[in-house]
Design a protein. Structure first.
Length: 81
């Protein structure tokens, strides 16, 4: 992976770089899905009454649905650092 994106979490170390940067969904061998959102530049996590997390200047945002649909992971990368 190029230095501009930083280290990809261990769960994705086995994927080739071109798959991590592609805009379509990726089916992982264990059944998990990885979806890329290359145009997203801001990510917000909101609970019932407030924003828990707001992150600007994101790039190559990836969302992974894991553990038979019980876990949602969001991976934020940036080229703006």
């Amino acid at each position: 992976m190029t230095e501009e994106y930083g280290h990809i979490p261990d769960a994705f170390d086995n994927l080739p770089e071109e798959e991590l940067l592609m805009p379509e969904d990726i089916q992982q061998p264990n059944g998990d899905f990885l979806k890329n959102y290359p145009d997203v530049t801001r990510v917000e996590v909101i609970n019932g009454s407030e924003r828990e997390l707001v992150r600007y200047e994101c790039s190559n945002v990836q969302v992974s649905l894991q553990d038979d649909g019980q876990t949602l992971k969001v991976f934020l990368f940036t080229t703006y650092d």
